[in-house]
Design a protein around this ligand. Structure first.
Ligand code: AMP
Length: 213
């Protein structure tokens, strides 16, 4: 199955993608995680990505498309994948379509996780990530277990000013993407508020995932 998750920062995309990709036995491909990995390598590509990410701006399409297309060409992504955070712009969606069409593949569903901007600040300010497993926690809603509580970190771009830019970017650049997938009959909207398990169930109910479990 080829599934895309779209949603504002803090909508729970990463958490839901982790759960659902395991259920579907497909790789969870997060553009944000891949970019952070590129940054950690310290090469020129990473330096360029960091310049944009630290301000909450989108990384240029060309760079993100290159990273994601290389990842999709790996053997484990051939039979399906769950993309989290990519595409974020119409040119990225077009690049993905072109690549899939070359292999006569299609996207099965695009899930838009909806969370009001008001809830996002609270979610993001309490978000913590385990650098080893990449698992996402929240100091209040989903605290990390004691044994890893000392190693969880807060992402550098999870601060209020950067978040405001990321939300603005989400609304301006991602809105045309919503129309793009709606026109193709692929878009499903899911409420992202409530418990993690409730949102997972909504995603399963709204897509054909249950036929593949
Ligand atoms: P995320 O982990 O999905 O919240 O992404 C963190 C940051 O990575 C974003 O604020 C962007 O700067 C960058 N980023 C992630 N995915 C993309 C994408 N598809 N296009 C452009 N920039 C991206």
């Amino acid at each position: 199955m080829r599934l895309l998750l779209i949603g504002p920062p803090g909508s729970g995309k990463g958490t839901q993608a982790g759960i659902i990709s395991k259920k579907l036995h497909v790789p969870h491909i997060s553009s944000g995680d891949m970019l952070r990995e590129t940054i950690s390598k310290g090469n020129s590509l990473g330096k360029e990505a960091e310049h944009y990410m630290s301000q909450g701006a989108l990384v240029p399409d060309k760079l993100v498309i290159k990273i994601i297309m290389e990842r999709l060409a790996e053997p484990d992504a051939k039979a399906g994948f769950l993309l989290d955070g990519f595409p974020r712009t119409v040119p990225q969606a077009e690049a993905l379509d072109n690549e899939l069409h070359k292999c006569h593949h299609n996207i099965d569903a695009v899930v838009k996780i909806e969370v009001p901007d008001g809830n996002i600040i609270e979610r993001i300010s309490g978000r913590r990530v385990d650098p080893e497993t990449k698992k996402i926690y929240h100091v209040k809603f989903n605290p990390p277990p004691k044994e890893i509580a000392d190693r969880v970190i807060q992402r550098g771009d999870d601060n209020e000013e950067t978040l405001r830019n990321r939300l603005e970017k989400y609304h301006s650049d991602t809105a045309p993407l919503i129309d793009y997938y709606e026109e193709r009959g692929l878009l499903t909207r899911v409420a992202g508020i409530g418990k993690v398990e409730e949102v997972t169930q909504r995603i399963i109910d709204a897509t054909k995932i249950k036929d593949r479990l």
